[in-house]
Design a protein around this ligand. Structure first.
Ligand code: 13P
Length: 251
């Protein structure tokens, strides 16, 4: 049984005050879910404040990225230790915006993944193809290559901590979501690749989230697919009402 993980990636939105306001509203509406897990990933500057409000509640805290070293002279970077220190239990790694605007490569993603695992953070590793890649019929090859490279030298035991998020780049922030069938096909492919490498048991327990224009009005259909184990939500996670509706998906 895989417990779906509904995660909000707030990206570069929310001041500390705004983050606190959103966290309070989420806490008011979330209840005590037992059949799903809820996570928010505020920007670095708001993590501490959000973490204080979230301590001991059903909502977990995550970072949106991190550097792979625990500390050192790396101006501007934030380490896995620092994320743990403010209450994070998850960290998003290899988001397509990191890959596109900040030059994160598969090799960097793999290093960060190992660093997250070494410091007790659960990595959410993002993979996904661009529109030209999909149009050229390369979507599966691209995603499979990202999965293999990102998971290099990760053990089956460590895989129990890993979440993969399939986020087709063309669906991010566009309102143009993947159809439930297309998403399901890619999720099944990812699970097959993991099964080939780690065995069926590990593959069956792996959670694979879908991300890319997940909204209150499409979440139910997406989550009804057998291999979709939650959502990584951008825009619709910035308001309590829409994120709570996504958290309360019915399938
Ligand atoms: P949107 O939900 O805004 O399309 O963003 C998805 C995403 O990138 C989550 O990480």
């Amino acid at each position: 049984m895989r417990i779906p993980l509904l995660a909000g990636n707030w990206k570069m939105y929310k001041t500390v005050g705004e983050a606190e306001e959103l966290v309070r509203a989420l806490l008011e509406g979330v209840g005590t879910p037992t059949d799903r897990e809820v996570l928010v990933c505020p920007p670095f500057t708001a993590l501490y404040a959000a973490g204080r409000l979230l301590e001991g509640t059903p909502i977990a805290l995550g970072g949106q990225d991190m550097y792979h070293e625990p500390q050192g002279a790396f101006t501007g970077a934030v380490s896995p230790l620092m994320l743990r220190d403010v209450g994070c239990t998850y960290v998003i790694i290899g988001h397509s915006e990191r890959r596109q605007y900040f030059g994160d490569t598969d090799e960097m993603v793999n290093r960060k993944l190992h660093a997250a695992l070494a410091h007790g953070l659960r990595p959410i590793m993002c993979v996904g193809e661009s529109k030209p890649q999909r149009d050229a019929g390369q979507a599966e090859d691209i995603v499979v290559a990202q999965v293999r490279a990102g998971l290099k030298d990760v053990t089956a035991t460590q895989m129990q901590q890993v979440v993969i998020a399939y986020e087709p780049i063309w669906a991010i922030g566009t309102g143009d979501t993947a159809t439930p069938q297309d998403a399901q096909a890619m999720h099944a492919t990812i699970r097959r690749v993991v099964s080939e490498h780690y065995g069926e048991e590990t593959a069956q327990s792996l959670r694979i989230q879908y991300g890319g224009s997940v909204k209150p009005d499409n979440v139910d259909d997406l989550m009804a697919q057998p291999d979709l184990d939650g959502a990584l939500v951008g825009g619709a996670s910035l308001k309590a009402e829409s994120f709570l509706r996504i958290v309360q998906f019915r399938s």
